[in-house]
Design a protein around this ligand. Structure first.
Ligand code: ATP
Length: 227
């Protein structure tokens, strides 16, 4: 579904990503694990078209993304949750979740909103509250909901569990489990995989802008186990 080959990205002429190769198959969940400054956000921003590739390819369902302008990529069903959330403070939680609707013109947004509220009922509970009145963890839930509004095919999550209370990190794990059962493909960047390791089909370790290791999960597929 998503294939990255030989990707190099520079920021202000400084090489940041080098020769990145990565594959995410449809319906799978993969992790990108690396310390602060390793290049996780740079890779996510490159997939979203917010940074330009210097060399290499990013292919999403046969489409070469490096040829598609960033603002068009949301139309492909790719949702991105940035590390710093970037909610609009004066808007309510629900209005923040609906922001991608205004820019992409999604017609079945009410169904998607209902789906998001089913998966993250917490967002429904504080739908009318202004973003500023929400805790950091609640804001992360809203940012996840906003990414889900457009990310019906692929979800890019940058540091989903970073800096939140353990109980909420556990809750994020439950939400990811639900998303997996709904068949959403997820690419998640974390500085450590303590809260997500059990969910990942595959992990890539990134160090100083290059992939240094790759691990395939040996989880037993529950549907196989029951047959
Ligand atoms: P973090 O979680 O701390 O953001 P990260 O793994 O996501 O870590 P990136 O944000 O992708 O790392 O940063 C990768 C490297 O690129 C770092 O060395 C960083 O200093 C550098 N970098 C990122 N943005 C810029 C920028 N705008 N100008 C110069 N260098 C940058």
């Amino acid at each position: 579904m998503l294939t990255i080959e030989n990707l190099d990205v520079d920021i202000e002429s400084i090489p940041i990503l080098r020769k990145i190769d990565l594959v995410l198959e449809s319906g799978k969940m993969i992790g990108l694990i690396g310390r602060n400054g390793a290049g996780k956000t740079t890779l996510m921003r490159s997939i979203m078209g917010l940074l330009k590739a210097k060399a290499g390819t990013i292919t999403f369902d046969q489409a070469e993304l490096t040829n598609i302008a960033g603002h068009r990529r949301a139309h492909l069903g790719i949702g991105y949750m940035p590390e710093d959330r970037r909610l609009v403070p004066e808007l309510s939680a629900e209005q923040n979740i609906l922001i991608p609707v205004w820019s992409t013109g999604i017609s079945d947004f009410q169904n998607r909103l209902n789906w998001i509220y089913r998966i993250i009922p917490e967002c429904k509970a504080f739908q009318s509250r202004p973003a500023t009145s929400l805790s950091g963890g609640q804001q992360k839930l809203v940012a996840l909901g906003r990414a889900l509004m457009v990310g019906e095919r692929l979800l890019l999550l940058d540091e989903l569990t970073e800096g939140i209370a353990p109980v909420l990190a556990h809750r994020m794990g439950e939400i990811l489990t639900t998303l997996k059962s709904e068949g959403v493909s997820v690419f998640i960047a974390e500085s450590n995989d303590v809260h997500v390791a059990g969910l990942l089909d595959k992990s890539y370790v990134i160090e100083r802008g290059a992939i240094s290791a790759q691990t395939q999960s040996h989880q037993v597929n529950t549907s196989e186990a029951s047959t």
